[in-house]
Design a protein around this ligand. Structure first.
Ligand code: PHE
Length: 438
């Protein structure tokens, strides 16, 4: 066990910005809009927000609290609370595995963002380029190992650099710089989107409920998206919680993080759909929505190159503040449990993720495998175990003291019901349904 004194965030806002930075990522700006597009718009958003309140917030509070209480990485934390022979260590180990899995393919997608940013800066999306040409640019990129490899490596290099610099000078500092910039860029994009002719249709798509579009798949997608977007079920929030001061309370910072993550997903939805509806009604693009449809639209807009640059900068900022939280989970584990110096841990494990990511570049099936393994299995199973642990095993006096003496005190029992019954049941049902058991 490490003897090195644990670093802490320098302020409460430092925790909120770093954690919101960890949560807000490609999940909000790339995945949320296309999931919403595929699942019928507003009805998906309503279910998603329901999941955020019933699953996301309670599990987030549980994770951050476990981290703050133990001041340890996910494995160390469960070990300390449950004993070193207890099966409750499983979610801890699974968290480390999930961090490797997600970071490897995440960095490849983030590499596409840098590639598109580079293309935007060099004027590739200026007017005159056809839909087919943009489609081909995306296809060419995703089938070129060299091009993808270069941008994937650049992204991983920055990720390692920030985590190498540590909790205060790396994670906190860069989140404090990038998050306000990210919010500013999103506001500019929305301001612009709302002046376009598709603004009304875009907003109607996001706000007008169409219950007939509701399917089992939408519910499963919403649950998966909730865990992915809020970075839950794998100890990322637990690790960030472990850098909180023991004196600080967790409920209100968690409310802020959940609020910011959901607000930014919705704002990204507004920005994307007001722009999309101005030029097309075809929403069946799936993952290509922001890489094919948007650049195509940018190329038709006045000042399109500028907006393309802004948009891909936004994606890059969002991705990097999340990637550092993934690498930090692995780093914290090796620092705490094996006394490894931070510098060694970041370089070694960053390189390992880089290599696994190269596997994703060469094999689309491997990419999909890692994506599905984490979002369909590891995160929900992790979330299931963490909520059961928090509800049934964790000393409830620790939890009660977090809720006491504040306006949110009345929410202790609703929280308890959620983590004891509602979260595990919902996750189990969705999981069984998704795998055809029920
Ligand atoms: N929440 C991040 C996003 O929305 C992804 C992520 C998942 C990051 C799990 C850390 C842990 O893009």
């Amino acid at each position: 066990m490490s003897q090195v004194q644990r670093s802490h965030w320098t302020s409460r806002i430092g925790f909120v910005l770093a954690s919101a930075g960890g949560a807000v990522g490609l999940g909000n700006i790339w995945r949320f809009p296309y999931m919403t597009g595929e699942n019928g718009g507003s009805i998906f958003i309503l279910i998603y927000l329901g999941c955020v309140i019933l699953l996301g917030l309670p599990v987030m509070i549980a994770e951050v609290l476990i981290g703050k209480t133990t001041q340890l990485n996910p494995v160390g934390a469960f070990r300390q609370l449950a004993g070193s022979k207890s099966p409750w260590q499983v979610p801890g180990y699974m968290g480390i595995l999930t961090a490797f899995t997600i970071l490897s393919f995440y960095s490849v997608v983030a590499g596409w963002c840098i590639a598109f940013l580079y293309k935007a800066v060099t004027g590739v999306f200026s007017s005159g380029i056809s839909f087919e040409e943009i489609n081909n640019i995306f296809k060419k990129l995703t089938s070129s190992p060299i091009e993808q490899g270069i941008f994937h490596s650049i992204f991983m290099f920055f990720t390692v650099l920030i985590v190498y610099a540590g909790v205060k000078k790396g994670l906190q500092r860069w989140s404090e710089i990038l998050m306000p910039l990210l919010i500013l860029i999103i506001i500019i994009l929305i301001g612009y989107g709302l002046t376009l002719s598709g603004a009304k249709d875009g907003m109607r798509f996001l706000l007008e409920p169409q219950p007939n579009k509701l399917t089992h798949k939408s519910i499963m997608d919403a649950v998966g998206q909730c865990f992915f977007s809020l970075s839950l079920g794998m100890g990322a929030m637990l690790t960030y919680g472990s850098y909180m001061d023991r004196k600080d309370k967790v409920v209100s910072p968690c409310l802020w993080v959940v609020f910011m993550d959901s607000a930014i997903a919705l704002l990204a939805g507004i920005a994307v759909f007001t722009i999309v509806f101005t030029y097309t009604t075809d929403l069946s693009q799936g993952p290509g929505l922001v890489f094919v449809v948007l650049p195509n639209i940018f190329s038709k807009m006045p000042l399109g190159t500028l907006f393309a640059i802004l948009f891909f900068t936004l994606l890059f900022f969002a991705a990097i503040t999340s990637a550092i939280s993934l690498l930090e989970v692995i780093t914290a584990y090796f620092i705490d449990q094996y006394d490894m110096p931070r510098s060694h841990a970041t370089i070694i494990f960053g390189t390992i993720c880089l290599i696994i990511g190269v596997g994703c570049i060469f094999s689309g099936e491997f990419f999909d495998f890692l994506d599905k393994l984490s979002t369909h299995y590891l995160l929900p199973i992790g979330g299931f175990m963490i909520s059961l642990f928090a509800g049934w095993k964790l000393d409830q006096n620790i939890v009660k003291s977090e809720f006491q003496g504040s306006w949110y005190g009345i929410f202790y029992y609703p929280w308890l019901i959620c983590v004891r019954v509602i979260c595990p049941t919902l996750i189990l049902l969705v999981f069984l349904r998704a795998h055809g058991v029920i």
